[in-house]
Design a protein around this ligand. Structure first.
Ligand code: NBP
Length: 485
């Protein structure tokens, strides 16, 4: 079949190439283009190899655009930021009124909103669409988070419904997210939650390995077992796999040879910055970001370890005998309870932004489209969806009756793990701060009264009282001085 094709895709690196093949495989002929033309030929060759898929390659932007049926839709999958602006400029020169551009990258949501505002000047429609699931998801079914022009969404809805991951009982992992940059914002928070999940899993590993002295073989079987229950998820599954993989360059397991330095591309940092801007507490996600920063100080940590070792301060502070089976069960429960806190924070951040921007986002629907395709896919998301179905106005996942019960049932194990880690000198910032989040949120009275009194003392910031309405100020200093005299 010759063009016109149904859709175009520009940007054929890992994500673009795989998404293009996925779209073609679902029966939609697709035109493809990339700045460096060798990637175009590579994609067309792959399409041939993978079953003669209807992928048509173009080396110049004009013939690429002309090959697509009108109104034209082009998905861009290029590096976020300036490359997106440059690609829009290149492609829009040949596009007509009513055509649509979709940015599928991890873009900062305000960039999407700026571009969306510029589009009417060009007569074009615009969508910012989060795509999650990495290379494998893009090829076989990602979770898609399109936001922006609803008209544009409706035009390609049939494609997205087929291309997205399909989850039995809950359908394709795509929904129209909302207006403006909401698709990118939701994808950003998804990534922040992903940071939290990965950190909590890493802490579970550290406690089991460093305190419980579990071998890689034991860790492999523990995580495989966990993946059959409430923790069933993509990240637990790949973690189990990692513990089973031997080094192909030397003796032992590969995981022990990987340098303990975590990279990052920015979406976790944006999530934490947004949480601060919106005054939403997201300590689990922030702890995972801080842990990545600290992991990057490898050389400093090596020196610090020497300083403390020479002072008689070993890596593990206690050498207590632990009951392995009990420890494994406790860590499982601590991981699950911490995860509830992390998701509660992410969801509250999305809700706060939705209110600020008037996006009217449906939190339960987001949990549904994250059930397949994406990195945080997990059986757990079904419970979150049900919690928001029960009460769309739920103030916090922690107070959903089912989650509240789950936390109460697990809190003793959770406290034991955090205490054991602290006493052993093993840092569990994600689990510890999740517990602190829970313990702060569930308490009727917290020591903020003292902080407010201090603020009024030195800055006359005033305070409210528990027993009468109004705003009060006390001359604390004068009274204290009188008492001293
Ligand atoms: P990259 O983010 O590595 O970007 C490479 C692509 O951008 C290539 O096609 C490259 O063209 C193009 N590009 C660049 Br760089 N500068 C350009 C410019 N000035 N003009 C035109 N094209 C330009 O690709 P990726 O890893 O496939 O990711 C694509 C998007 O999807 C990103 O926003 C990423 O954050 C997001 N994402 C990635 C993943 C993942 O797992 N990798 C997952 C989810 C989302 P060239 O070939 O000519 O250099």
């Amino acid at each position: 079949m010759a063009p016109p094709t149904r859709i175009g895709l520009a940007g054929l690196a890992v994500m673009g190439q795989n998404l293009a093949l996925n779209i073609a495989e679902k029966g939609f002929p697709i035109s493809v283009y990339n700045r460096t033309t060798s990637k175009v030929d590579e994609t067309v060759e792959r399409a041939k190899q993978e079953g003669d898929l209807p992928v048509y390659g173009f080396h110049d932007p004009e013939s690429f655009i002309q090959s697509i049926q009108k109104p034209r839709v082009v998905i861009m999958l290029v590096k976020a930021g300036a490359p997106v602006d440059q690609t829009i400029k290149t492609l829009s020169a040949y596009m007509d009124k009513g055509d649509c551009i979709i940015d599928g990258g991890n873009e900062w949501y305000e960039n999407t909103e700026r571009r969306e505002k510029e589009m009417p000047g060009l007569g074009l429609l615009y969508l910012g669409m989060g795509v999650s699931g990495g290379e494998e998801g893009a090829r076989n079914g990602p979770s898609l988070m399109p936001g922006g022009s609803f008209e544009a969404y409706k035009y390609i809805e049939d494609i997205l419904l087929k291309v997205a991951a399909q989850v039995p009982d809950s359908g394709p992992c795509v929904t129209y997210i909302g207006k403006g940059g909401s698709g990118n914002f939701v994808k950003m928070v998804h990534n922040g939650i992903e940071y939290g999940d990965m950190q909590l899993i890493a802490e579970a590993y550290d406690v089991l390995k460093s305190v419980g002295k579990l071998s890689n073989e034991e860790l492999h079987s523990v995580f495989s077992e966990w993946n059959k229950g409430e923790l069933l998820s993509f990240l637990i599954e790949i973690t189990a796999d990692i513990f089973g993989i031997k080094d192909d360059k030397a003796d032992g397991y590969l995981v022990d040879k990987v340098l303990d330095k975590t990279g990052m591309k920015g979406t976790g940092k944006w999530t934490v910055q947004q949480a601060a801007d919106l005054s939403v507490a997201a300590p689990t996600i922030a702890a995972s970001l801080d842990s990545r920063f600290l992991s990057g100080l490898k050389e400093e940590r090596v020196e610090a370890a020497k300083v403390f070792k020479s002072g008689g301060f070993g890596d593990i502070l206690t050498d207590q005998v632990v009951d392995k089976a009990k420890l494994i069960d406790d860590v499982r429960q601590a991981l699950y309870a911490s995860k509830i806190c992390s998701y509660a924070q992410g969801m509250n951040l999305i809700r706060a932004k939705s209110i600020e921007k008037g996006w009217d986002l449906k939190l339960g629907e987001l949990a549904r489209i994250w059930k397949g395709g994406c990195i945080i896919r997990a059986i757990f998301l079904d419970r979150i969806k049900k919690a928001y179905d029960r009460n769309p106005e739920l103030a916090n996942l922690l107070v959903d009756p089912e989650f509240a019960k789950e936390i109460i049932d697990r809190q003793s194990a959770w406290r034991r793990v955090v205490c054991l880690a602290i006493n052993s000198g093993i840092s569990t910032p994600g689990m510890s701060t999740s517990l602190a989040y829970f313990d702060t949120y569930r308490r009727e009275r917290v020591p903020a009264n003292l902080v407010q009194a201090q603020r009024d003392y030195f800055g006359a910031h005033t305070y409210e009282r528990v027993d009468m309405d109004g705003s009060f100020h006390t001359e604390w200093f004068k009274i204290a001085k009188k008492l001293q005299d």
